[in-house]
Design a protein around this ligand. Structure first.
Ligand code: FBP
Length: 559
């Protein structure tokens, strides 16, 4: 019986590339300190909450001729939040760095996400275990979870587990919420003189954990290439059959980086960008009118088919719905302990919500189809986020566009035939085999995370930049987590969290969409990217996303 696919066998042999500063050896590094930093917003509150870890400098590494020996150390690692391609390579890079520094060093993996460190569920990594997961997708090596770390009791338990295993460094591989956990844990460990360092690694397919130092979160490259392949296939199907409008919801909880990147790679007819909807204060009705107008114009050209990309988080960016959701979140936090609400049936719940929201929010809630009303009442995740992956926005839009087109038909302004298909692409891309870029980037992030721990840094995010250059020219270092934080309302209370990086509407990536979308709407300039290429010319196999290329070349021209 076959145990591994041929690609799996080949990928296990792939040797990820490291930036030359790290390739010189983990014990041959010098640390360079930059200027002190401050938080993106709410400086006073963040400084007050992170008295011990606030304002540290950005750091970078360079190769040194002096060898610095590493005392024996035990390190723990946690995979946190949604899966993203390359997570296993972060662990492989961390493991290789730590063993290179001192073969007696040990790496422990906490099972099932942050809860693993609280409950003391762990494994010790061995060569055999690590080697079986090199360059593979998924987080199944130790599993993941979304537990929020914030209480004194959780921190005490984590400390006891670290003491038992003699752990002096923790690496948390996660997105904005997970790295918020990392920042809180780092601060608590310093405040309590534990001597345990905490380093984060920027993970999320959503691409919303980024700034000047963090050019991209890992997983975005592979996930967008996977979705682009699927969407390219659908574009070709639509263009062949010429009978369906495909409405495709694309993952990305808040920001539309995934949708934008995939649009640049495939050039579909309609791409909605949540950030633009919010900036233009578009109502749900205006969005429906915009889509129906393109469908009607294409029908006039004899084209009763097309593709519309819908961002997963759209609903939270439509101003009237955003305001309603924000008040609904507060209301649900109160109703959590109200047994009469919890025991009510759906219709009774809808009526209670409508009566308790203000009249404007109540009317917005009431106007939504039953399916969406129900989905909006589902539990928030442990970090207080609406689980937008469970809200069927693509179906909501299909229903509303269909109604609009029927009205237009009656008025004689639409003469086409609307037949639709809905899709949701998210889970299809989160565990794909990492592209060469993600395999290299993740390995470097993990290797670099150990370098940060070795230099005694804590409350930092592993940073590898200059990513559109060949891997040997990448710049490795770290940025303080507090630099990315601000205060936001979660579960009805203001809390310190890492600020999500949204699509910049005046940035070079959105501009390309803006300049081309009229043409793409009607002229069918579809591109079919095909599957991720691992072997072949470097110009095909080792390139990264359109987003990063446009952002980095814009940054270069503005210098
Ligand atoms: P992270 O922010 O943890 O990386 O997760 C991102 C994401 O994939 C979103 O795109 C999506 O909305 C969400 O996770 C789905 O969560 P779950 O895995 O719990 O269904």
């Amino acid at each position: 019986m076959k145990e591994l696919s041929s690609l799996q066998i080949e990928r296990l042999k792939y040797q990820p590339k490291l930036p030359s500063s790290l390739a010189g050896g983990i014990n041959n590094l010098t640390l360079l300190e930059g200027a002190k930093t401050h938080s993106v917003k709410d400086e006073e509150q963040i400084q007050e909450l992170f008295k011990n870890t606030y304002g540290k400098p950005v750091v970078t590494f360079k190769t040194s001729l002096n060898k610095n020996v590493c005392e024996q150390r035990n390190i723990g690692v946690i995979l946190s939040g949604g899966q993203a391609p390359g997570g296993h390579n972060v662990i492989a890079g961390l493991y290789d760095a730590l063993k290179q520094a001192n073969p007696l060093n040990k790496l422990f993996g906490f099972l099932g996400g942050p809860s693993g460190i609280i409950d003391g569920n762990y494994i010790e990594f061995t060569d055999e275990k690590i080697n079986a997961y090199r360059n593979t997708g998924g987080f199944d090596i130790i599993g993941s979870g979304r537990t929020k770390l914030e209480t004194e009791e959780q921190f005490q338990k984590a400390l006891q587990v670290c003491k038992k295993l003699n752990i002096s460094g923790i690496v948390i591989i996660g997105g904005d919420d997970s790295n918020t956990n990392a920042a809180l844990l780092a601060e608590w460990f310093v405040k309590n003189n534990t001597g345990i360092n905490v380093i984060g690694c920027p993970k999320t397919i959503d691409g919303d954990l980024k700034n000047e130092q963090i050019e991209i979160s890992f997983g975005f490259d592979t996930a967008t290439k996977t979705y682009a392949e699927l969407i390219g296939n659908i574009l070709r199907d639509a263009n062949s059959a010429k009978k369906y409008w495909h409405f495709i919801k694309l993952m990305g909880r808040s920001a539309t980086h995934v949708g934008l990147e995939v649009a640049l790679q495939t050039q579909p007819n309609i791409t909605l960008i949540s950030e633009e909807v919010e900036q233009r204060k578009m109502s749900l009705k205006q969005i429906v009118d915009y889509i129906a107008d393109i469908i009607a114009k294409r029908a006039d050209m004899g084209k009763n088919f097309g593709i519309a990309l819908i961002p997963e988080g759209l609903i939270e960016f439509i101003p009237e719905i955003k305001s309603m959701i924000s008040n609904l979140n507060d209301l649900l936090a109160v109703l959590e302990s109200d047994t009469s609400f919890q025991n009510a049936d759906d219709n009774q719940k809808f009526a209670i919500i409508k009566s308790k929201l203000n009249s404007q929010d109540g009317a917005v809630y009431d106007s939504l189809p039953v399916m969406i009303k129900k989905q909006l009442l589902m539990d928030r995740d442990p970090h207080g986020n609406v689980q937008v992956s469970k809200i069927e926005t693509e179906k909501l839009l299909i229903e509303m566009v269909n109604t609009k087109l029927n009205e237009m038909k009656k008025a004689g302004t639409y003469k086409g035939k609307f037949s639709s298909q809905s899709h949701f692409f998210g889970y299809e891309g989160r565990c794909a085999f990492p592209s060469n870029f993600d395999a290299d980037y993740c390995y470097s992030l993990g290797f670099n995370a150990f370098a940060l721990i070795k230099f005694g840094l804590t409350g930092y995010l592993s940073s590898v930049k200059n990513l559109t250059a060949p891997a040997e020219d990448w710049v490795a270092g770290g940025i303080p987590l507090t630099m990315m934080m601000n205060m936001e309302k979660r579960h009805g209370e203001y809390k310190p969290v890492i600020k999500k990086a949204l699509v910049e509407l005046d940035g070079p990536v959105f501009k390309v969409l803006e300049q081309n979308r009229e043409k793409w709407a009607f002229e069918d300039k579809y591109i079919f990217p095909g599957s991720i290429q691992y072997f072949g010319p470097s110009s095909v196999c080792d390139i990264t996303t359109e987003t990063l290329k446009l952002e980095n070349s814009a940054a270069l021209t503005s210098v």
